[in-house]
Design a protein around this ligand. Structure first.
Ligand SMILES: Cc1ncc(COP(=O)(O)O)c(C=O)c1O
Length: 350
């Protein structure tokens, strides 16, 4: 089989691409435990989130949208935009200081005017796992459509979309080693979804455009390949060494349920971006907590929502470990952080 044909074409090459696409759809559906027809392939997690939010809100009468304040920007910005355009009221639910959104606090905001809820499975900055089961159950009971952004959960947590019962669940291939620019939205059977990509009617009319067959086949092939389970030892070893050498560091969500590979922390008195650049020079690829929007660096909205002060939020770093990393790598990173901090302090005359 080869992927060069157009899966909508009837000739042999198209049929070959169609078989590849169908096989990939079946495999991904089995992995997620959904019907193959419930999957809508997209250009990534961002598009899947946009699709669910627009597709749901544009069909609803003006009402309330309840969203956690720690969602990925592809949810936060999209709900804000469509709420304003369509006349919905947006209610953001902040997490507790431990980084978890309290399910009772969230569900207390669901009322008869609520037209949609969004709650991510695991946070992309802190790795903290959210209480989605009880939130989804409450939404289902009240007939409120809910989007679960599962991008950070895929490959790191057991996934059973049917058991979860959410109306929309989004995933992205590149988080599990697939290619960038491929994602999927799982839509529960019978849930209405307004189409925004009109054209050839692919994906059962829900997303027109020739499917990215090689990307989707790669997505299916990547499922279950990366094993994050063992990264927990590396991550925990990293945090232990970090706290030993820099006892003033704060690790976020240390006592909360977290995915195995993520560590987010603040190094007091340091600028996260400066640390990132110094670590980059030393060959380490980490992220700072801040995001750049319109040329202005904003401190992490996730940490700010958790009640972390602006200074501490600007001093934060995020490290994600992969299956290729060892405890030695983790210790080397800690040593480098210690060296850089001492150097920067020396340079600042502190
Ligand atoms: C939680 C979460 N949602 C959505 C996305 C967006 O996915 P994509 O990069 O495939 O557009 C990301 C990407 O990092 C993410 O972490």
């Amino acid at each position: 089989m080869h992927a060069s044909g157009n899966p909508s074409s009837m000739h042999w090459s198209g049929r070959s691409a169609r078989r590849l696409l169908d096989d990939a759809r079946d495999k991904i559906a089995r992995y997620l435990n959904v019907e193959p027809a419930s999957l809508v392939f997209t250009s990534g997690g961002t598009e899947a989130n946009n699709m669910a939010i627009f597709g749901c809100l544009s069909l609803a009468k003006p009402g309330r949208v309840v969203v956690s304040a720690i969602e990925h920007p592809s949810v936060l910005q999209t709900v804000a935009y469509w709420c304003e355009r369509l006349g919905h009221e947006l209610y953001l639910v902040r997490p507790e200081r431990n980084g978890c959104v309290d399910d009772e606090t969230f569900c207390a905001q669901l009322n008869e005017h609520t037209v949609m809820a969004c709650m991510m499975w695991a946070n992309n900055e802190s790795g903290i796992i959210q209480p989605i089961e009880s939130i989804v159950a409450a939404c289902r009971k009240k007939n409120i459509p809910i989007l679960v952004d599962g991008v950070q959960a895929l490959g790191k947590l057991p996934i059973d979309v049917a058991a979860l019962g959410a109306d929309f669940v989004s995933f992205s291939a590149h988080k599990i080693g697939g290619s960038k620019g491929v994602g999927v939205l799982a839509v529960r059977r019978g849930v209405p979804l307004e189409t925004w990509a009109l054209g050839g009617g692919q994906e059962r009319g829900r997303r027109s455009g020739t499917e990215n067959v090689p990307g989707i086949a790669g997505f299916a092939a990547a499922l279950g390949v990366l094993n994050y389970a063992d990264t927990v030892n590396v991550r925990d070893g990293f945090e232990e060494a970090l706290l030993k050498k820099m006892p003033d560091v704060t690790i976020y969500g240390k006592n909360s349920p977290r995915v195995a590979n993520t560590s987010m922390f603040t190094v007091p008195g340091m600028d996260g971006e400066t640390l990132l650049m110094q670590l980059d020079l030393a060959g380490f690829a980490v992220a700072s907590g801040s995001a750049c929007s319109s040329g202005k660096r904003e401190p992490s909205h996730v940490l700010r929502a958790m009640g972390v002060g602006e200074r501490a939020a600007r001093s934060s770093l995020r490290v994600s470990f992969g299956a290729e990393h060892t405890l030695n790598d983790a210790v080397a990173l800690v040593n480098e952080l210690v060296r850089i901090r001492a150097l920067l302090k020396h340079m600042a005359g502190l």
